[in-house]
Design a protein around this ligand. Structure first.
Ligand code: FES
Ligand code: FES
Length: 510
């Protein structure tokens, strides 16, 4: 099977997808696998005869004799303009989604400066980090030929990104082009690949297509089951109660680790909506499999595996009294009772067993967020105000035009980066309150395994987010978690405090 790749003739196996041919046989790393073969995240977008195509659902046979262009084959000037604009606007954080987004937007014949048009063009894409607004800013910059040559201190930008991402981060145009060093991209060429089979064993082969075939993986579907709220709210004299359901962290890069025999594992990359908590248990598996097979191994979770096995924030239900005290009933999760006692000593905590995927307190503002929004709902002030356990302050207000945010979190270090993480936090908060949820059945099995079923807010549904950063000379601390909680409080207030999140999804809309 032959086609033209970035201007040169190539020949590949004929019974695989275009994405598998690009990544496994031709060494292309800019096209990412975020959900293959679901075709729902847009990370693998390339051009076929100049038209954007989702390569993970395109049989390579369909491009026989045709012209395939990846990000690497784009005109260097065009590629650099996009990378610079995304970096200047804060429109890329982990950089996993942006190569596909650039391929989508750069294909437009008449690049629009109309934000709603740009957002509509991104219907086939997902981004977990940025909240879209800064991606639209970058697209407007490119379309209007603007340049932002502001001087930037790279070290300060990296420091602010690492504080907000809660793991080492790099801010650079290269990252926006997908060169952030993901384990799936940096594994040695001769590494074999291991994927999880349905019985929990590893299926090992020389390439991912074969490993998945051998594993007999049945692809996940969006469930016909509805979301449920597994914990009943406490009873008592509460002014307000809140019940949450399972939500997926939904970082776009599925967890992956590679390792040489006797070596140190590399990965997973702890970024992109994970906030420092990806599947670290894969490191032991990669080391073991590399030693057992005496060759470099890469261990890769599919999107379905990430959802099935990845840790979620604990589900809970809570109620707040008029004096600000309250009760939290929460899924048994390591450290949760201590956390509640430390952030809310006047609250009662009841720990209960709920069947379901693993849960962790390492998810964004887990449990203290829910207590803070319940408390904030008692306030009559127009702005919801939250102070994080670290001491960052955030204020948020929602009206028909926008989500308004103020944040104070020590020295700003890099205004663009902090702004980007705050917009991303607002996006995540909006989805958490209104649309995000996973169907989990009564025995605890997750049913929503496709990336679109998580309810992440799409570009065209994202309101404007206006962020004011309050200058402060104190030590820099994480501000976006406080923004996440303040925005969740403000959205909840704006929506009239519905007692269940997500408020806009229930059995009826599934
Ligand atoms: S990897 Fe192809 S759309 Fe997600
Ligand atoms: S920058 Fe979009 S998913 Fe991370």
């Amino acid at each position: 099977m032959e086609f033209e790749l970035d201007g040169r003739p190539v020949s590949v196996s004929s019974s695989i997808t275009l994405l598998a041919a690009l990544r496994d046989e031709l060494g292309v790393r800019s096209a990412k696998d975020g959900c293959a073969p679901q075709g729902q995240c847009g990370c693998c977008t390339v051009w076929v005869d100049g038209e954007p195509r989702v390569s993970c659902v395109t049989p390579v046979a369909r491009v026989s004799g045709r012209r395939v262009t990846t990000l690497d084959g784009l005109d260097a000037g065009v590629r650099d303009r996009w990378a610079d604009a995304l970096c200047a606007s804060g429109g890329s954080q982990c950089g996993f989604c942006t190569p596909g987004i650039v391929m989508r937007l750069a294909a437009e014949r008449h690049q629009s400066t109309v934000r709603s048009d740009i957002a509509s063009s991104l219907t086939a894409h997902l981004c977990r980090c940025t909240g879209w607004q800064t991606i639209l800013d970058a697209a407007v910059m490119v379309a209007s030929g603007e340049h932002d040559d502001f001087p930037r201190d790279d070290e300060s930008a990296n420091q602010r990104a690492s504080i907000e991402g809660r793991s080492a981060q790099v801010v650079s145009p290269r990252v926006a082009l997908g060169e952030g060093g993901f384990a799936e991209d940096t594994a040695p060429e001769d590494a074999w690949v291991a994927v999880l089979a349905p019985d929990g064993t590893w299926s090992v082969a020389s390439n991912i297509t074969e490993a998945r075939q051998r594993a007999g993986v049945v692809q996940g579907r969006r469930s016909t089951l509805g979301i449920n709220w597994p914990i009943e709210p406490p009873t008592g004299e509460f002014v307000r109660t809140l019940s949450t359901t399972w939500v997926e962290p939904a970082y776009l890069e599925p967890d992956a680790v590679w390792c040489r025999p006797g070596g140190e594992p590399f990965g997973p990359t702890e970024n992109g909506g994970a906030f420092g908590d990806k599947a670290r248990w894969l490191r032991d598996e990669a080391r073991r499999l590399a030693d057992e097979n005496q060759r470099p191994m890469r261990v890769v979770l599919s999107r379905e595996d990430v959802v099935r096995h990845g840790a979620k924030r604990p589900v809970l239900a809570g109620g707040v009294r008029s004096d600000g005290s309250g009760t939290i009933v929460v899924r048994r999760t390591e450290g949760v009772a201590d956390l509640v006692r430390s952030v809310a000593p006047d609250w009662e905590v009841q720990v209960v067993d709920v069947p379901g995927p693993p849960s962790t307190l390492e998810r964004r503002a887990a449990v203290w967020a829910e207590i803070a929004v319940l408390r904030s709902s008692l306030s009559d002030e127009p702005w919801d105000h939250v102070t994080s356990p670290e001491g960052a302050e955030a204020w948020a207000r929602v009206d028909d035009d926008a989500i308004h945010v103020k944040v104070r979190c020590g020295r700003v270090l890099d205004r663009t980066v902090l702004h980007s993480y705050c917009v991303g936090a607002a996006h995540m908060a909006l989805g958490w309150v209104r649309s995000e949820g996973l169907a989990v059945d009564e025995s605890g099995v997750v049913h929503d395994l496709t990336i679109r079923s998580f309810g992440v807010v799409r570009a065209s549904d994202m309101p404007d987010v206006r962020v004011e950063i309050v200058d402060d000379d104190a030590e820099p601390i994480n501000g976006s978690d406080a923004v996440f909680v303040a925005v969740a409080s403000a959205v909840w207030r704006f929506d009239g405090w519905p007692a269940r999140w997500p408020s806009e999804r229930d059995v009826a809309d599934r």
